[in-house]
Design a protein. Structure first.
Length: 207
């Protein structure tokens, strides 16, 4: 009986040590797995961030490509129209300037006189169903910056373009708008009267 008690104690001690070692080993394995999972999670998050950045860059590229394509199509159409006008026969030229109508400084609004002149000079071409092409040029004096003058010249030509379409039914595809700004004056910009004369729209009728 005296030998049994020490043996039981020894067994319990031995079992306790084994259990402790087993727990430590299992906990260590779990910690290793957790560390591995944390590393994998960080790597996955980094890949997701990179993919999001790549997607954003790709989307931006698509938007820019669409814009470039639209611009290229528009320029190609304009070039085609200019080519048609260049190879056609010039039939008639109408000039809207201050010797006939009024283009106030920094304005593109068509006056009643300008509209009446367009009706008189270009209306018959549409009424006769003539298959003509119109090149509408916008011009300015040299007051203001070159950039602003190009914009004003285009706005004046565009006003004529809109009027001929809306009032006379000229097809938009058969009218070309171009602005020369201040680059093609008919007289030197040395006086108020001369600058007023340079503020003009020229419509070339080509067949």
């Amino acid at each position: 009986m005296r030998l049994i008690a020490p043996l039981i104690v020894a067994c319990l001690i031995g079992t306790g040590c084994a259990t402790k070692k087993f727990v430590q080993r299992e906990v260590g394995a779990v910690n290793t797995k957790v560390e591995n999972l944390s590393t994998e999670l960080e790597q996955t998050q980094e890949r997701v961030r990179k993919n999001e950045a790549d997607i954003q860059t790709a989307n931006q590229g698509i938007v820019e490509a669409k814009g470039s394509a639209s611009s290229a199509i528009q320029k190609a159409e304009e070039a085609k129209q200019v080519a048609v006008a260049a190879t056609g026969k010039l039939l008639y030229t109408v000039t809207l300037s201050n010797d006939k109508v009024t283009f106030p400084f920094n304005s593109s609004e068509l006056s009643p006189e300008a509209k009446a002149l367009l009706d008189q000079e270009l209306g018959p071409f549409k009424a006769a169903n003539r298959n003509v092409f119109l090149e509408i040029e916008g011009h300015t004096c040299n007051s203001g910056s070159e950039k602003v003058n190009l914009e004003i010249g285009e706005a004046r030509a565009r006003a004529v373009w809109n009027y001929l379409h809306d009032q006379h039914g000229f097809a938009l595809s058969r009218m070309q708008v171009i602005s020369y700004g201040e680059s093609k004056p008919v007289v030197e910009n040395t006086s108020r009267e001369n600058r007023a004369q340079n503020r003009r729209v020229v419509i070339k009728v080509v067949e």
